[in-house]
Design a protein around this ligand. Structure first.
Ligand code: SF4
Length: 495
């Protein structure tokens, strides 16, 4: 099965994680939790469950609904379970890389799920291989499993802490031994991880929307640098790392997380709407109608409409039922590639000055098609407004991004982007506007994809190992070369 392409030209979140302790239907609730987290990864899904004696795992390529059914869940008994949905960044997409990873070791069975990307994963892996370790996957998560298995610590819990203390970068882990659930977040807190309760059961997961579906209540986040260990008797908090500068991923608020989630303790919906209000105040334009690009632009468009006083209408309708492939007509249909996903509503657009609002632009290819489609539907003017700053640099912390030379804002001026999109005007939210919308935004958030300044350095050879350096330079040999508009035009559309 090939990996599904994203709906639009967007960054892609790598993974979602879910864990539950102390519930008789643990694996079924993990399945539901993963179902709610499906937007965080669509290539593979897996669940490991423990009945107190044995951990069993089931994982496959595909969506949660395709991978699990009653029969599969019935083979995962026990009161504790962890689960994972994955889209790959480091490591290619194949079943060996699907999670949870489960191993037998001197400390007993251990299962691990990871959201994030380790910046020293390659170095640690090379050292382990030289020492005789045999790896089964290309995923950087497997190095943690090896470090756990080789630990001389006296308890499994101490072995976990020793293992994760040796890796750097972005990680939100849920893990388990046969009798305890462990959640851990890297000292910078790049990726989210929240704790909830369902009766006496504990839940640890990427986003609170997974708690909502199973009726659990959000309690608090796992703090950056915190390890929580849940047993039958208690939830224990351990702080094994030296404090570090908080660097929570602000793109979680811009695009990745579901708007019905609380992420980093904040309502994604409220933050995203505030991005829109600020965008309107910074770069309002005389217009007749605000139109969101669904679904990602809706919250910001509501905020933009509120602050500008211009009504918002759904001038583009999204088709939610697009399969992996569709039969294309032999005769060309104008705007077909984008029209199959979005249809313009002529009665809203015709003769109007339209402000299109979206959360982000990556390559610009899809945005250009949408602008042209809106013009074809009769819009008098089309103004593009983006509710985050220009995306100029790739992510190394667990998000799939194209190489820098493909990011339109990294290689073009605002006026060049406007021309390329065929818009009457283009404006982005400023960095101050973005960070001002979240509490302690300047000090608690990572904004590297907007600034090119990275809070956790990655060794050059490490980046090459992960093939992520290619994303900085276009090729491994030379500096970034700006690409021209013509090249961008011929880029394959991230469809
Ligand atoms: S670089 Fe961007 S996408 Fe990556 S963690 Fe930082 S803010 Fe998030």
């Amino acid at each position: 099965m090939g990996s599904p392409k994203p709906m639009f030209d967007k960054f892609r979140e790598e993974c979602g994680v879910f864990g539950i302790f102390g519930h008789p239907e643990a694996s079924k609730l993990a399945y539901l939790g993963l179902y709610a987290l499906q937007h965080r990864g669509q290539e593979s899904a897996g669940i490991a469950a423990s009945d107190g004696v044995q951990i069993r795992v089931s994982k496959e390529m595909g969506h949660v609904n395709d991978v699990f059914n009653d029969e599969v869940i019935a083979k995962l008994p026990g009161r504790m379970a962890i689960g994972h949905v994955r889209y790959s960044t480091a490591g290619e997409s194949r079943l060996a890389n699907a999670q949870p990873l489960l191993v037998d070791s001197v400390h007993g069975q251990f299962a691990l799920c990871h959201n994030g990307n380790l910046v020293n994963g390659g170095d640690v892996r090379d050292a382990l291989v030289r020492a005789g370790a045999i790896f089964q996957s290309t995923s950087d998560t497997e190095v943690v499993v090896h470090l756990f298995a080789r630990s001389q610590a006296e308890s499994a819990e101490s072995a976990v802490i020793e293992a994760i203390s040796q890796v750097r970068g972005a990680f939100s882990f849920v893990a388990m031994t046969k009798d305890r659930l462990i959640g851990a977040r890297d000292p910078h807190g790049f990726r989210p991880l929240a704790i909830g309760k369902l009766g006496d059961a504990y839940v640890i997961c990427s986003e609170t929307c997974a708690m909502d579906l199973i009726g659990a209540t959000y309690v608090r986040d796992v703090e950056p640098g915190e390890v929580v260990v849940v047993t039958a008797h208690e939830l224990k908090s351990i702080k094994p790392f030296a404090p570090a500068k908080a660097s929570q991923c602000i793109f979680e608020h811009v695009y990745f997380s579901r708007p019905d989630s609380y992420v980093f303790g904040e309502s994604v919906n409220e933050i995203r709407t505030e991005f829109g209000r600020r965008l309107a105040r910074e770069s309002g334009v005389p217009a007749d109608v605000i139109v969101p690009i669904p679904d990602s632009g809706v919250c910001a468009a509501i905020g933009f409409s509120e602050a500008s006083g211009i009504p918002m209408r759904m001038g583009l309708i999204r088709n939610h039922y697009i399969g992996r492939t569709f039969i294309q007509p032999q005769q060309s249909i104008r705007h077909f590639a984008v029209k199959v996903k979005l249809n313009p509503v002529k009665s809203i657009l015709e003769g109007r000055r339209v402000v299109l609002v979206d959360d982000s632009i990556v390559r610009g290819t899809t945005s250009r098609k949408i602008v042209r489609m809106v013009r074809s539907a009769g819009a008098k003017e089309v103004h593009m407004r983006i509710s985050c700053p220009p995306t100029i640099s790739p992510c190394f912390y667990g998000v799939d991004t194209p190489r820098k030379s493909e990011l339109i804002a990294a290689t073009h001026t605002l006026e060049e982007i406007r021309k390329y999109l065929d818009a009457d005007s283009v404006a982005y939210l400023s960095l101050d506007g973005l960070t001002g919308a979240v509490p302690e935004g300047r000090t608690r958030y990572c904004t590297s994809c907007y600034t090119g300044v990275y809070p956790v350095a990655f060794p050059r050879d490490e980046a090459a190992y992960l093939q992520l350096a290619l994303k900085l330079n276009g090729d491994a040999s030379g500096p970034s070369q700006p690409v021209g508009l013509t090249e961008l035009e011929t880029d394959p559309v991230a469809s």
